[in-house]
Structure formats: C-alpha cells, structure tokens
Design a protein around this ligand. Sequence first.
Ligand code: ADP
Ligand code: ZN
Ligand code: ZN
Length: 732
Amino acid sequence: MNTLILRLALPAPVFGLFDYLPPPGVDPALLRPGQRLMVPFGPSERCGLLVKLTGETGVPASRLKAARQLLDEQPLLDETHLDFLAWAAAYYHHPPGEVLMSALPVRLRKGKPPLKPRPSHAFLRQVPEDEARALKKRAPRQAEVLAWMQGQGGCIRLEDFRRRFPSGRSALNALCAKGWAALGLGESAPARAQTPPHDLEPEQQAAVTAVTAGLDEYGAFLLDGVTGSGKTEVYFHIAEQVLARGCSVLLLVPEISLTPQLVRRVASRLAVTVAVMHSGLSAGEREQAWQLARTGRAQLVLGTRSAVFTPMPQLGLVLVDEEHDASYKQQEGFRYSARDLALVRARRAACPVVLGSATPSLESLKNAMDGRYRWLRLTRRAGGAKAPAMQVLDVRNQRLAGGMSPPALQALEQTLGRGEQAMVFLNRRGYAPVLSCYGCGWLSDCPRCDARQTLHRGQGKLICHHCGSERLLPKICPSCGSVELHPLGQGTEQLEEGLSRRFPDYPLVRIDRDAASRKGSLDRLLARVKQGGAGLLVGTQMLAKGHHFPNLTLVVVVDVDSGLFSADFRSAERMAQLIIQVAGRAGRAELPGQVLLQTRFPQHSLLRSLVEQDYNAFARQALKEREMAALPPYSSQALIRASARRPDTAEDFLQQAAELAGQLAQGRVLVWGPVPAPMQKRAGRHRAQLLLQAGRRPELQHLLGALVPALSSLPDAGRVRFSVDVDPVDLY
Ligand code: ADP
Ligand code: ZN
Ligand code: ZN
C-alpha cells in the first residue's frame, strides 16, 4: 500500500510545495485540500495549507516528517480556488507557497482559529409609533438611540454607533429585543430606502442583454462607455439577475475610487449583504469580510486589486470597473494584474466577466478587435449630457504666468464670472519640481536617487518623491551661499498660490496627496465643491476619477507634453486616458463643458487624433505604432529588475541572467540588456534591468519556467535584490 503524502503550501520563497506525512492520530479520511495544518519546519513550526493528497514524493523516507496538527475540520478554500491560486503563482513565476498563503487573512496564516462572524451594522424594522412615543418617558436612552437611527436613514454602522453612544449598547440591545431593530453582517443595505433602478437607454439595455444571455458560461465583455454613460447602472442590472439566481458577484474597483459613497450606492441599489475588501482595513475587519465572502453570507464582494483572491462559492459574475487603471497591477512582491486574473477567475468559475472603462487599455481594445472579448459600446451620456469640447492651446510663444497661458486664464475668468466651476489639472504635486541657485547652478538633487527633491513650500521642505528623503528648505545656496534660490517649473501648490492671488474672490480647493493626506479631509474638500457655486479646483490625478461635479464646465490641463514624451512607451496611452477622465468631470445637460489642453506640440499626431476625433481614434493609431515597434500587446514582455548598494553589481548579475536566458531561449525570445534602469539610482541603490520579449506568450512563459527558478543560483545572486515582473506596466 502506498503511504499517504500531504503536499502543502508554506510561506517560503521557494519554487515548490512541501511534502509531509499525515499527523499521527488523525483519520486520513478527514484530510482534504484547503485545510490548514501545523508542520515542523526547520527548528520551528509553521502553518501550511494542504494543496494535494498524493501517493508519491521525491523526499526520501528518512527525511519525511509528519505534520503535527490538523487545524480545520472543513477546508477554508475549495479546489477550484486552490487551482486558481496555483495558476497565478505559475503564470507570474512567484513562489506558490507565498501566493497560496497570502490568500488567507493574516491571523489564519499564523494558524489561529477563524473569528466568529460579528455584526457590523444595525437597522430599524417595524417601529410602532405610539409605543415609540411612550418610550421617551419610560426609556429615554432607547428613545434617543431610536431617534438617531431614524435620522441616519434607519441603518447605521456599529462603528459609528459606538462613537456616538460609547455606552449605548444596552439601549440598542433592548430595541433589538423588542424586534424594532436588528443587527446585520457586512455593509449595510438600508432596508427600506432602496434606490429604484433607472429605465435603461437602448445601448445600456443591449449591453445587459448581451451579458445575461450567457450567465452559465465564461464570456469576456468590454464595456466601452464614455464617462457618465451609465456603466455602473449596467453592472447593477446584470448583477441583479445573477443575484436572483443565487449566485454571487465580485466587483473590482481601482484603489482610489473605493469611497464610502460607492459602497452606499451599491448597498442601496442591490439589497444583499456586501463585503468590502481593501488595504485600509484592519486585520480583523479584513478577516470578517473574507469570511462573509467565503461562506457565501455576503453575496457581493466590492474590493480593490487583492479582492480578486477572495474565495466565493457560486461566483456568477466578475466586474472590473475602470479596467485600464494602473492600480490593478501590484508593483511589488507578488506582481500580478488583478484585471488579467479576473478573466482567469471567471473562466474557471464558468461565468461572465465584464471589463468597463471610458478609456479601455490598448490591451483590452485589441482583444475586443480580435474578437476575444465582446465589445459593448455606450456612446451617449445618460440623461442627455453632452461631451465637453476639447481644444488644444498652443503655448509655444505665450508668456506663461505660473504655468498658465493668457487664453487659459481668460477662460477661467469667464467661467467663474458665470458662476460656474473650473478645474486646473497638473499631475505634479508640491510647489516646484526643482529648486535652483542662480549664482552657481546648484540643483536640489536627491542624495539617494537620480532625481531632484521637490520643493514643498507649505511644509518648508525639499522632499524626494521617489525615496521620501527630505531636508529643510535652505535659505541660502548650500553650495555657494547665494540667496538667489529660485523654484524651476511648477506643481499644484504653486498653481494654487498663483490662482488664488489672481482670483481672490472665489473659493479655491486644492486636491492632491499632500492636501488630502489627513483621513477624511478629501471627502470634506469634495463636499465643499459639490455644494456648487463658482469656484476653482486645482489638483493632480486624484481629481480625475470617480467624482462628478455638476457645476463644473471648464477643465484646463496645464502640461500635456510631459505625457507625450517619456521613456516609457505607455506614457502617451496614460496621458490620453487621464485627459479623457478629467474631461469627463465637466459638463452636464444644460451646461456644456470645455477642455483646454496646453501644449508646445500642437501638431503631435496622437494628440490630434484624440482632440479632433476621440479616444478610439487615438487608440487605433497608438496600436498601429505599437504593432510597428512590436511592443505589447503585439508581444509579451517580462522584466527582471535588480538592485545593489554598489554600482555594477546589479548589471553583473543580470549579465549572468542574460547569458542563461540566451542559452535557454534559443532565439525564440529576445533578451535585451542588461541596461541601467531609467532611474539608475534610487533610495541609495543602483538599479538595472533585463527585458525579455517574445512574439508569443507561451514562448516567454516557457523560458521563464526554466530561467526564474535558476536565478537564485547565479554567482552574483547573493549580492543583489532581484524581482521578476511578468507583463510589466511600468518600466521603472
Ligand atoms: P458611468 O459609470 O458610466 O460613469 P453611471 O452609471 O455612474 O455612469 O451613470 C452616470 C449618471 O447617470 C448617474 O447619476 C446615474 O444615476 C445616471 N444614469 C445612469 N443610467 C441612467 C438611465 N438609463 N437613465 C437616467 N439616468 C441614468
Ligand atoms: Zn549656489
Ligand atoms: Zn530620493
């Protein structure tokens, strides 16, 4: 008889799983993949996840150890999910133990027992009026709680309740005991205040019909709809049908757009338990949400990138909003794309996946053009709002005041004069990107990076945006002692200063990471603007997403050129997406919007196709350029990055990797480099990279499969830090 071998994932940087014998005294019939076990590991003990039961092992019998303890009666993850995680680890060439274990909440990874489900909101049920009135005298505390809950729309988060009534729990419990209120799990669904669905426009209806025609099978859809065309409404209509069949829905959104407003919008529209997953949760909150999803108590999971790994039984629909957004790509550790994994996940769950965007990535557009995705288009704004007019402002021979050209300033003045709002967009925070000395030419170089420290006048500091190094703003030149220190170029802080001096009678709100770094302050700033009235918004890409300002009619993009000319071949695509997203903030039915783009290259062909035609025309032309240059999506890339304290070490290591890759690839994969990274020195480390590129994805995968596990045995591997990035979106 064969011995039973348990193959486990353990959190270790190793390309493989670990074999153990069953724990003594445990009936092998109780063992199933997805359970956790404590196992001996080196001198200590670790928690691992059972991936497979097998009869074979490469470990010699003398070295095979027995697991110590079975932790779970029931598997935490089912086999479909384990397969999915293993596939992701293999595709991104990341140690499978790390990928599998990191799919568990932190406490569970450490072998702790799962938390009991804990209610997170309370809502009001039937409240008999006369009895409620009588409550004021008999139980004033309960009456107070009741009145507050009614004032909050009948549904409150317990967290808010505890803040409002630190010792009010017994009053709430009493209301529950009467049957007037009840506690609930997950995000609240205001029980009675349902938002009624809109009647769909014909294009929206066609999209819903296309997706719901095949709810039992995999199908990929690109929902390509201009901003405000009602994509979210389409998601809701599809989700309703999926939920009605008893299936669950995974809705992924970019980091920046997961706001309390969105959660409320989802919860009030779809009367189901919603679990929210994002990086801002505490470990306990995260585990609660994860358990709700895993056990099927939450039918809808709303989350950012890592939510793609949430186990969900009966998954019936995957939605990826703003699918082009770069925040779907994890940029460190396990470098996955949640957008791409969403497709894999849907295929395994045999359900549809919808990628939505007003500015689809070139990758997704090509898939749609090639027929791999069904292409669903929403060309009209819901409610009849017009798309804003875009116009290029040639600033070549203009005198700029704080970065603004005279025509742009004039347009601002007119807009404000009409009692409307304007937005000035500049994707550079701080006061100025460099401080320079007119006496000797000194520049505010970062001591640890090949970059300059940015001047932050408000904080009185020079700060490097790449490594965070900072110093106090010098009063005299550190090199020659001159007082002639001057900022070069501008950031949002300087724009704010210049514009508030020029338009002192109008409120101005700056929105960027510095202004919004205190928790909740961004929401407060935005609420002020949304109240309406004339006003100016100044900010970075934080302004571009998710928010709608009904009184906004003018957008000025201060510097288009920084996106058109950059070392990264994706920068034009990003700039075009940003322009369209910012433009989408302007205009409504009765107030058409206007977008002004300041440039020194008004003839740039990509810019012209974007302005004179639309994003789609831009995308087609950009795709042609990519095809001619054999760049993604017409090829597949992987990037090996290395860094070291001393110059040359990283390049030496990558040279060894390049030689090995060359032997393994046998001409089927291009090996470029090693070359210094675009920013050669960062945070005190010297960086280099090696680019691998193949015409066909399987050839690249084949090479990586042999190359990556061998990297750590290369002669200089011990002297560098290195990482492998499959389908990199950023060459830095
Ligand atoms: P998107 O996600 O494409 O930006 P939303 O779904 O957020 O668009 O819709 C934009 C606005 O239009 C929202 O206020 C929404 O309530 C409204 N809306 C969406 N669909 C319709 C419709 N069919 N009829 C009327 N209003 C709609
Ligand atoms: Zn000087
Ligand atoms: Zn730095």
